[in-house]
Ligand binder design. Structure first.
Ligand code: HEM
Length: 178
């Protein structure tokens, strides 16, 4: 994945646990400064190693950590040069999620090697959205839950996210909010 993802993970650990813990993760995962270039792409294996080593060193369940990382990613992107793209994506939760694929396509103009996921809003009602997530990757459902939690935060909503079904091609989430 793009180095921007690695940098976000590093920032989350630095913010929450400090330099020493991060150095230990970096050593254990056997990664160096050259693995954190925003505009470079790395094999998913490197990204996976960074994530699994982080959860080991932090003593945190890997799903929980991925969820936390998803939530952090939204704040990280809001503070990045991509902030205006987020603002154009939507002014409310339903339109934002409906426009996620368009947003990722815009980002692909500059990050041409990205393998982006796909999201579709299957149904929505007052306080409830059902979303389908498709990816060429597996194991990222907890990350997606965290991303949705981050979006609830972005739109100042209280709510929860449930994964209601998952197979090798797609996962379905329900977001409840008020
Ligand atoms: C401006 C903000 C964002 C930027 C710059 C961004 C960029 C990226 C990039 C570069 C990747 C990696 C693709 C690769 O290296 O192959 C990625 C993956 C991903 N993005 Fe975004 N993204 C943003 C916001 C979001 C949001 C708001 C969501 C969902 C709520 C999201 C969901 C995902 C997921 C789930 C993946 C993992 C790839 C997969 O499932 O296969 N992203 N994004």
């Amino acid at each position: 994945m793009y180095g921007m993802i690695h940098r976000a993970l590093r920032q989350m650990v630095l913010d929450e646990r400090g330099e020493e813990v991060w150095s230990s993760i970096q050593r254990t995962a056997n990664v160096g400064l050259s693995d954190f270039i925003s505009s470079a792409t790395y094999p998913d294996e490197v990204t996976q190693r960074l994530l699994s080593t982080s959860s080991e060193v932090l003593g945190q369940d890997s799903g929980k950590m991925l969820e936390q990382f998803g939530q952090f990613w939204i704040r990280y992107a809001e503070a990045s040069s991509f902030a205006s793209i987020l603002a154009f994506t939507g002014q409310d939760l339903v339109s934002f999620i409906s426009n996620l694929d368009r947003m990722h396509r815009t980002i692909e103009d500059v990050m041409i090697n990205a393998r982006m996921p796909s999201f579709s809003v299957l149904a929505h009602d007052v306080g409830q959205i059902r979303v389908e997530y498709r990816s060429t990757r597996t194991g990222l459902a907890p990350f997606v839950s965290g991303l949705f939690l981050g979006l609830l935060e972005r739109f100042n909503l209280n709510g929860s996210v449930s994964l209601i079904s998952e197979d090798s091609k797609k996962s379905i989430f329900v977001i409840h909010y008020e």
